[in-house]
Design a binder for this molecule. Structure first.
Ligand code: SF4
Length: 134
């Protein structure tokens, strides 16, 4: 895609108070990639959601820790039962408003980066509905 066609997102450091900040583990497995794809879908849904850098929160970047703390609502997506994204936030003393773990939704963790688009679509729609109720 040419640079002039890029979708420019809200600036998460400046606008986190107005945003549903989404932090996904982006694990290197089927469920990690489903979670990342859902984070992308939410970000592009035009509903005020914006994925942000979980690795930066894990690295204790003050800017990114503040983004997570300031979020209008904080959405966390784990791939599997290890719940790395949730654990990172717990270590930073940050309580999420909404937590999703893909492997608990009937999607098996497999050593692949491939996933079913229908799974992503279905779960992203459910999350969007849930976010309206927060
Ligand atoms: S929660 Fe599971 S899929 Fe995500 S990074 Fe951790 S081990 Fe990988």
């Amino acid at each position: 895609m040419a640079k002039e066609d890029w979708t420019i997102l809200p600036h998460c450091a400046k606008e986190s108070k107005e945003l549903y900040i989404v932090l996904a583990c982006d694990g290197a497995s089927s469920v990690g990639q489903v979670g990342n794809e859902i984070a992308k879908k939410l970000t592009l849904s035009n509903t005020g959601a914006r994925m942000c850098c979980l690795a930066a929160v894990a690295a204790n970047s003050p800017t990114h820790v503040k983004i997570a703390k300031d979020a209008k609502k904080l959405v966390v997506i784990n791939g599997c039962a290890l719940k790395c994204a949730s654990n990172i936030l717990e270590q930073r003393g940050i309580k999420p408003d909404y937590v999703l773990t893909i492997s608990e939704l009937g999607i098996p963790k497999a050593p692949t980066l491939d996933f079913d688009d229908e799974d992503v679509e279905k779960i992203a729609l459910k999350v969007l509905e849930d976010l309206k109720k927060l």
